[in-house]
Design a protein around this ligand. Structure first.
Ligand code: SF4
Ligand code: ZN
Length: 297
């Protein structure tokens, strides 16, 4: 049995060669999340934060840690029901339970409210594009839900693994716009700023935090996961991280340095207009969600 390097109690997690008990591991995890929030100026006192809350592991840990930290911000959890049979109902039930136990206001918005169809219906002819359709509509649903809540920011549970996977996926697709995207500031008040308080936490430590604090319950996996390019990138990156620890941190740090180097001047802010169809912020005539729905409906 291993013992905590700080207090000598039974260890639950090994981090950077040190064993930690539940108390000291949780304290370290929360301290690091707070440090990221401060470093990137994510949350100010009095902010209303809309937390994208799927009920899955990462967003459950996010909501729980944000409620625990003394941030002076108000939290509203929003779950997007995409309409995925055999998956979403269980995660919504878990989300309702967690939000109630934390005393956080919880709202549910659905793809059906947004466009009249469930994700299953939208994908009936072509499930291969599942995650890009799902991601585009979910961003749209969260942005308007956050506006309805009068939120200042949208917090999502993306952790360091997601960030590193996204960087690699953008390179694999040769998508220069996305590789350089976070340098763009936009000038629309309709577009709500996104923050990722877990961006410096690994998925491994996030899941461990959820388990040792009894926050997680077994949930089904989304049936469309098998179509995701992300699934291949995740497993390749997982192998690399095992063989060469800190690979993911290097990718995320490298991306941050790249964006600093190519930072545009303030007047290069992207001018945002509004979608002719739905009124959401966009640089084009139609927003990404309306463009996509025109193609598939
Ligand atoms: Fe949506 Fe893809 Fe995630 Fe399923 S795996 S919830 S389709 S993004
Ligand atoms: Zn639109």
């Amino acid at each position: 049995m291993a013992f905590c390097a700080v207090c000598g109690k039974k260890a639950v997690f090994k981090d950077c060669g040190f064993y930690l008990c539940k108390e000291h591991f949780s304290e370290k995890y929360e301290r690091e999340v707070l440090a990221s929030i401060k470093k990137y100026g994510m949350i100010s006192e009095g902010d209303r934060i809309c937390v994208g809350f799927s009920g899955g592991k990462d967003s459950t840990v996010l909501l729980s840690v944000l409620s625990k930290l003394d941030l002076g911000a108000e939290l509203i959890a929003v779950t997007v029901d995409e309409g995925i049979a055999g998956y979403r109902n269980d995660t919504i039930a878990a989300a309702e339970k967690t939000a109630a136990s934390l005393g956080v206001e919880h709202r549910i918005v659905s793809f059906t409210d947004l466009c009249g169809n469930t994700l299953d219906e939208l994908l009936s002819k072509n499930p291969n594009q599942a995650c890009s359709v799902c991601g585009t509509l979910r961003r749209r649903a969260l942005n308007s839900a956050a506006r309805d809540c009068c939120a200042d920011k949208i917090a999502t549970g993306h952790c360091m693994d997601d960030e590193a996977q996204s960087v690699l996926m953008n390179y694999l697709r040769g998508d220069i716009t996305r590789i350089t995207a976070s340098q763009n500031t936009n000038s629309s008040e309709l577009f709500i700023q996104r923050i990722k308080p877990l961006c410096r936490q690994t998925e491994r430590s996030t899941v461990a935090y959820g388990i040792v604090n009894n926050l997680l319950e077994p949930l089904p996996e989304c049936p469309y996961t098998k179509y995701a390019l992300r699934a291949d990138v995740r497993s390749w990156l997982g192998r690399m991280e095992n063989e060469k620890p800190k690979t993911m941190r290097n990718i995320v740090d490298g991306q941050e340095r790249l964006l600093k180097k190519i930072a545009p001047s303030k007047d290069a802010a992207v001018k945002m207009g509004v979608c002719k169809k739905c009124g959401e912020p966009t640089q084009n005539k139609l927003c990404a969600a309306c463009t996509l729905l025109e193609k598939i409906l």
